[in-house]
Design a binder for this molecule. Structure first.
Ligand SMILES: [Zn+2]
Ligand SMILES: [Zn+2]
Length: 354
């Protein structure tokens, strides 16, 4: 997102307002809502789902499963509830991390995942709300305590400009790195960057897990900007990245098990009284844009992250606005909400507590 103005938003909701009609025609795969007591408010307790099961899910480590965890669902606004944008995808025994917003290291360690245990990192674009947490992740992940433990180079994929970013960080933290190499004898390989600038197309493929970068539309002057499609054993997850309505996101999202989309809501009165907000909608999806994308792509489950609630806007306002244009399965993300895509369809559950 481009430094949009922000009001006291982002943390007003009581919980992750999963919202969808109790019966959704045309969606054959089951989408289960888990941990219902804590996850869904009474207003939406009827659920996420056609054919929902009251049975608690059993998040597992099936080799068939893709697990997606929202580490940060926020925007540039410094929020204690919604950290900067970051999404963890786990499949086939690999951990992939997409964007590194403020607080990503905290969220990873809340899950007791060592920062150094990420196999590959992917950047969507260079706005600071997507990489403000990168220096911390990179440097703290190199330390020797259990929360660190990286012994191999930090594998970083991203658009052209990624190598410059890595080189600049290396320069900025040269004193710290030199000191620790001499003083703590930390392994030199663990602080190296392996930065790989990729064009749109297949960026990563290892043991059947594939990541494809695609160009989204984050505004005329914010290029390159990517979304990513992750595929594993016939299942797929699409991350829109920061974008306004983009036909390419629709194309990539068609048939996906999970389409995770950004959204920002600016109440009409705020928009009218502060023309500066208009520029936000030139860069990021409004609820109507996100609804249009989801309606055209028809993923098995649509979910929202990078959620901008400006002024007095609430999650309820957001859901109401989206429902004007999209009636399929929908979950409004919150930090540490996780999705498990496996043989039973998509299971949503709360993986940990912020
Ligand atoms: Zn952003
Ligand atoms: Zn951005």
């Amino acid at each position: 997102m481009s430094g949009e103005p922000g009001g006291p938003a982002g943390g007003r909701q009581a919980g992750p307002a999963a919202a969808a009609p109790s019966s959704v025609p045309g969606f054959g795969r089951r989408v289960l809502a888990a941990g219902l007591a804590g996850l869904l408010g009474p207003r939406v307790a009827s659920g996420v789902i056609a054919g929902a099961s009251a049975q608690a899910p059993q998040p597992g480590e099936s080799s068939e499963t893709i697990r997606v965890t929202l580490l940060g669902t926020g925007t540039p606004m410094p929020s204690g509830e919604r950290f900067g944008n970051s999404t963890l995808v786990e499949a086939g025994g690999q951990r992939l991390l997409f964007d590194f917003g403020r607080g990503v290291s905290i969220r990873l360690w809340q899950l007791r995942l060592p920062l150094g245990s990420i196999d590959a990192h992917f950047l969507t674009h260079f706005h600071s709300d997507h990489l403000g947490g990168l220096p911390d992740l990179w440097l703290t992940g190199w330390l020797r305590p259990p929360y660190g433990q990286r012994n191999a180079p930090f594998l970083l994929y991203g658009p052209p400009g990624t190598a410059q970013l890595a080189q600049g960080l290396r320069t900025a933290f040269a004193q710290d790195i030199a000191t620790r190499l001499a003083d703590e004898r930390s392994p030199e390989a663990g602080i190296a960057f392996d930065a790989r600038e990729v064009p749109p197309g297949v960026a990563y493929e290892r043991d059947g897990l594939r990541v494809t970068a695609f160009a989204n539309d984050h505004g005329e002057l914010v290029r390159p900007s990517y979304g990513y499609r992750i595929e594993w054993r016939g299942r797929s997850v699409v991350l829109s990245g920061d974008t306004r309505y983009s036909p390419e996101v629709v194309r990539q999202g068609r048939g996906a098990d999970l389409l995770l989309h950004c959204v920002t809501l600016i109440p009409p009165a705020l928009l009218a009284g502060n023309p500066g907000y208009r520029a936000v909608y030139d860069h990021l999806a409004s609820p109507a844009d996100a609804a249009r994308t989801l309606a055209e792509a028809r993923p098995s489950l649509g979910a929202l992250s990078h959620i901008g609630l400006n002024g007095e806007a609430t999650v309820e306002d957001l859901v109401r606005a989206l429902r004007a244009g999209y009636d399929g399965p929908l979950v409004v993300g919150e930090d540490l909400l996780a999705f498990e895509i496996g043989a039973q369809g998509t299971v949503t559950y709360r993986r940990g507590r912020p």
